[in-house]
Design a protein around this ligand. Structure first.
Ligand code: HEM
Length: 415
């Protein structure tokens, strides 16, 4: 994992400098041995194609296991629930269950809960101290909220988050046996936590988690193992993404006054503000790889059958042919739906949840605190799919309704 330091001039220049516009027609990238798709219309055409499958990311492991180089049982067993998300047959049953699960826990993620969690995480900051908003706030908000909404210990969710972050930094399409052994350990730890959660839900029939699991009644073809692994996939897919998007959204609001105004000056952000923030700084820059089962042909290009494809949704979200003046934050412009939550069969099931959590966080932060960037560099992880800030150094002053400001951590009225 490498850090890319960003000089002050880049911060002053705002988010336009975070993303280098580089949209062009689909082309074969020989270094990645895959087709790169980056223009908005092309990404949409590929995602809408019926001739597309999610890339079989276990293929390489299967090959190693078959050659006797690695005992991959744990990986296959634990990722069974995750593999279901890849393609048929159980994909739609798990999706249905997850959508209903999120509806059950929705009230536990309501704006007033988010506001309280943000306040609790922010409030003990001593006066004048610079905080790293990534580790102190953004990484902790989604896990605290999900733990509370499901009635499970935050420490349990943290185990999933830590394992996910390590997994996503380790996982490449061809891993060495040594890396696979570490991946196996992480997955085994997640499996143990997921079965602990299932046991807890069976013991406490009135807990929110039990209500979530009960919704599987609508998807009878899912067995207990599918659900345990699906539950861990919910944390894997929802927590790191929300944490990363939250950090980038705060950073965007700090450098872009128009974005900030949406959350600082209004009790309720304008319609479209959250979508526009995520268009600019969603958590995922490139979707997981896809494979073509038949050629995909569109205006002026074609991708052959059997090809591997990577879809650069962050580039597509800044494609000037879809978003004229793409680096201008404009929540009111009539524009095509951005792609930060994907599109088609695998579109994000947590989009409503994530939007609501992040919007409530931003409103809480920018109405209750005066935030400034501290330090002169932001660092981003060098990651094949995610846009994730490593650090977000901030100073924060509490702002009261009468515009009296006090330094965070001081008792009310002493600032
Ligand atoms: C801002 C935060 C989030 C972003 C930017 C995001 C983005 C995405 C994207 C781009 C995909 C499609 C992946 C692909 O097609 O390869 C996806 C899928 C998914 N997301 Fe999210 N997500 C976020 C939050 C969440 C949350 C909070 C949850 C649930 C708690 C969640 C659950 C899922 C699931 C289960 C899938 C797989 C859907 C499928 O394969 O059918 N996501 N997400």
């Amino acid at each position: 994992m490498t850090m890319t330091p960003m000089p002050q001039a880049m911060l002053d220049g705002g988010v336009a400098n975070w993303i280098r516009p580089d949209c062009g027609p689909p082309c074969f990238d020989s270094s990645r041995r895959a087709w790169r798709v980056s223009r908005y219309q092309d990404v949409v055409a590929v995602l809408r194609s019926p001739d597309l499958l999610v890339f079989d990311w276990l293929a390489n492991i299967r090959r190693l296991a078959a050659a006797g180089e690695y005992d991959a049982d744990t990986i296959f067993r634990v990722t069974r629930g995750w593999s279901l998300f890849q393609n048929a047959p159980k994909h739609s049953a798990l999706r249905r269950w997850l959508v209903q699960a999120l509806q059950v826990i929705g009230p536990g993620l309501a704006p007033e809960r988010v506001r309280r969690v943000v306040s609790e995480l922010m409030t003990p900051v001593p006066a004048g101290e610079t905080i790293d908003a990534v580790s102190r706030l953004c990484d902790r908000v989604p896990e605290a909220l999900f733990a509370e909404a499901l009635g499970v210990p935050t420490s349990t969710i943290s185990i999933f988050t830590a394992a996910t972050i390590e997994l996503s930094s380790l996982w490449r399409n061809s891993n060495s046996p040594a890396t696979l052994r570490r991946i196996g350990q992480l997955l085994a730890a997640m499996e143990a936590e997921a079965s602990g959660l299932m046991a807890m839900a069976h013991r406490h029939a009135d807990a929110p988690l039990a209500a979530v699991l009960a919704r599987t009644g609508d998807s009878p073809d899912l067995d207990e193992a599918d659900i345990a692994n699906g539950l861990s996939f919910l944390f894997v897919s929802g927590i790191e993404t929300t944490a990363s998007a939250l950090a980038s959204s705060i950073a965007l609001c700090l450098v872009d006054a128009r974005a900030r105004a949406c959350f600082a000056d209004l009790a309720k952000p304008p319609r479209g503000a959250m979508e526009e923030v995520l268009r600019r700084v969603g958590a995922i820059h490139t979707l997981q790889l896809r494979s073509t089962v038949r050629p995909i042909v569109s205006a002026g290009w074609s991708i052959p059958a059997g090809a591997t494809v990577f879809l650069e949704i962050e580039q597509a979200n800044h494609d000037p042919s879809a978003y004229p003046d793409p680096f201008r934050f404009d929540p009111h412009a009539a524009r095509p739906s951005p792609l930060h939550f994907g599109m088609g069969a695998h579109a994000c099931v947590g989009a409503v949840t994530a939007r609501s959590i992040i919007a409530s966080c931003l409103t809480t932060l920018f109405t209750e605190w005066r935030l400034t960037l501290a330090g002169d560099a932001l660092s981003w992880e060098d990651h094949p799919t995610m846009r994730r800030l490593q650090h977000l150094p901030l100073r924060a002053e509490r702002v009261h309704g009468d515009s009296e400001a006090r330094t965070l951590g001081q008792p009310r009225g002493t600032g």
